[in-house]
Design a protein around this ligand. Structure first.
Ligand code: MLT
Length: 302
């Protein structure tokens, strides 16, 4: 009998995957495996039996990978299981950054007593006029499971797409449309994009990828989207660039107090993967990979 310890909000369908050979719960001791969504596992006590940690999601920065490596504990995630959800929200963000949908909705909500609504609506057309995605250039930093989906959808919006990824997997390369221009130098992507979206993991090398120097290379009025991790963008530098107008909009799934009130920041409370479908996909995949690892000692995820 294998023992599986659960940490926070694993969709029930994931737990249902485990067969009768597994004891599963959040109060399990001497666990063989941990299943986690986004709870912080950095300072927890691991059981001596622990063989693997499955992260039901993409980012693994809530897990102390170095400590796990030292103890021979394998950590894996569920690549691709939430990419559709993130892709869709990236496009919602891109549309919000181009059309003042939020301003228009807020205005409409104050009009319940307006007897001249039809006439006044005419005046709003100019005030809330925006721009189109069609024919704009989107730069996608990181062409993994999410970046590939974003790039391919952007083509359907009529966008020109550039992708940068120094470590593209064979699967990702296969799934990427041949109409995506591949930048071997990230600076080319910075220089040529109207929108930049970032889809890479956060680590010591990628921290502050968007900073004063990289922003200086970008087009004036660039719009930046961050649905990956807050630390990939330097908040002080992006705020300064928003104040000068160098960056026209910053759409982020990682609000911080200094950012949220800026008129050109669109901040969302880390909802990228928060759909019923994505949570179920991640939970199923994490549970199945955990059983596979415990039985066969290898990982099928790329
Ligand atoms: C992920 O890393 O899977 C996403 O950011 C979603 C999440 O952590 O909830």
């Amino acid at each position: 009998m294998y023992k599986i310890k659960l940490y926070n909000n694993i969709a029930p369908i994931g737990i249902q995957q485990f067969t009768a050979d597994y004891e599963v719960g959040d109060d399990i001791e001497n666990e063989d495996a941990i299943l986690v969504r986004s709870a912080n596992l950095h300072n927890i006590e691991y059981s001596d039996h622990l063989k693997c940690i499955a992260r039901a999601g993409a980012g693994t920065n809530n897990i102390d990978i170095d400590a796990c490596t030292q103890r021979g504990i394998v950590v894996f995630n569920t690549p691709g299981a939430n990419s559709n959800a993130v892709k869709e929200l990236v496009f919602a963000g891109m549309l919000l950054a181009s059309r003042d949908i939020y301003g228009g909705i807020s205005w409409a909500k104050t009009q319940q007593n307006n007897e001249n609504l039809a006439k006044d609506m005419e005046k709003q057309k100019k005030k809330y006029a925006g721009t189109e995605l069609n024919q704009k250039t989107l730069g996608v930093i990181g062409c993994g499971a999410i970046g590939v989906q974003v790039a391919n959808l952007a083509l359907r919006f009529g966008m020109k797409v550039r992708g940068y990824d120094p470590f593209m997997s064979i699967d990702a390369a296969w799934n990427l449309s041949r109409y995506v221009h591949h930048d071997s130098d990230i600076d080319d992507l910075f220089r040529n994009s109207d929108f930049i979206t970032i889809h890479i993991p956060l680590n010591e090398k990628t921290k502050n990828t968007i900073n004063k120097e990289t922003i200086a290379q970008m087009k004036d009025g660039v719009k930046i989207l961050n649905f990956a991790r807050g630390g990939l963008v330097n908040n002080d530098d992006i705020l300064e660039a928003l104040n000068t107008g160098k960056v026209a909009k910053y759409v982020t799934d990682f609000p911080t107090p200094e950012l949220v009130n800026h008129p050109n920041v669109i901040a969302i409370p880390h909802l990228g993967a928060s759909t019923a479908e994505s949570e179920e996909n991640c939970a199923i995949k994490a549970a199945q990979e955990t059983m596979h690892y415990l039985q066969y000692g290898n990982i099928r995820n790329s």
